[in-house]
Write a protein that binds this ligand. Structure first.
Ligand code: KIV
Length: 311
């Protein structure tokens, strides 16, 4: 059993009522939409994005007022323990997206299309993207790749499905790249990525993730485009930033990449809590009498009359 009712959105974040912390106030509590993200770029307001894969963490992200929750295929690694993102299937992604959907009221929900769900042909890509919207409540999908994905982006836009592009270090290309390496470091490579970004924008993407590229290139692409860029390992000049929740919370088990900032050490908190719980169980100090249910006095008396031994 778990109590999961929604409490009202805290008014303090919109500036009314007593502030509960020193955190900056969220400018608006209205629903984040594709047009509102484009407006943020025009207004030069940074866009905050984080991954989440389950109801509880997605709910915390939404309550904290972040703009976008991405159910990234990074879940194959951080939730399922795979060594890369390639193994996760459509059915698995749908399951996670549905749980996150139930947690969100304000943030925009983007589903990452898994490897193999859109690479074979555009028709299959559209069919799978429709499943994310129809069966799991996603409001947009994300696909990896540049020029070669533009026909699919157009088909998705024709189907009324907003698309986020993703270029630079694209984890689904790990075998082609020969590992996770910073992209766009030569003149040819950076010009290719600039062309990819412009082509994705022209095809209809509403935003593009720039992953693992030099800061200077991310700044150039951000200035080239009307749509917002969301950086991860791409420096501070993008229109927004995204981090993998498990990395920023220290819930992943390898050394973090250079661009990861650790905002909490959840693994240490959980380890300490689990060791304490084990100790309490083994020393019989958990649960206490106060943490136990009791028979009524009448029932205990009836049992006593029957000669029952009550512990
Ligand atoms: O899968 C993922 O989490 C991502 C983000 C890192 C952009 O693609």
């Amino acid at each position: 059993m778990s109590l999961t009712t929604f409490s009202p959105l805290p008014e303090t974040r919109s500036g009314t009522g007593a502030p509960t912390s020193d955190l900056p106030k969220t400018p608006s509590l209205s629903k984040v939409t594709v047009p509102s993200l484009l407006e943020k770029k025009l207004l030069r307001q940074p866009i905050s994005v984080v991954t989440a894969y389950d109801y509880a963490s997605a709910r915390l992200v939404d309550e904290a007022g972040l703009d976008i929750v991405l159910v990234g295929d990074s879940l194959a690694m951080v939730m399922q323990g795979h060594e890369n993102t390639l193994a996760i299937t459509m059915e698995e992604m749908l399951l996670y997206v549905r749980g996150v959907r139930r947690a969100l009221r304000r943030a925009l929900l983007i589903a990452d299309m898994p490897f193999g769900s859109y690479q074979i042909d555009d028709r299959e890509g559209v069919v799978n993207a429709v499943r994310f919207v129809k069966e799991a409540g996603a409001e947009a999908v994300k696909i990896e790749g540049g020029l070669s994905r533009c026909s699919l982006v157009r088909r998705l836009c024709d189907a009324e499905i907003p698309v986020m592009g993703h270029i630079g270090l694209t984890p689904q290309s790990v075998h082609r790249m020969g590992g996770y390496k910073v992209q766009g470091k030569t003149i040819d490579a950076l010009e290719q990525l600039r062309a990819d970004a412009l082509a994705l924008e022209a095809a209809g993407c509403f935003s593009i993730v720039l992953e693992g590229v030099p800061r200077e290139l991310a700044g150039m692409i951000t200035r080239d485009l009307r749509i917002p860029t969301i950086g991860i390992g791409a420096g501070p000049d993008c229109d927004g930033q995204v981090l993998v929740l498990h990395d920023m919370m220290t819930m992943s088990f390898s050394a973090p990449a250079k661009f990861v900032r650790r905002y909490a050490d959840v693994a240490s908190l959980m380890r300490d809590a689990l060791v304490t719980y084990k100790h309490d169980v083994e020393s019989r100090t958990f649960p206490s009498d106060e943490e136990s249910y009791h028979l009524s006095r009448e029932t205990r008396e009836l049992l006593a009359e029957k000669g029952a031994v009550i512990g």
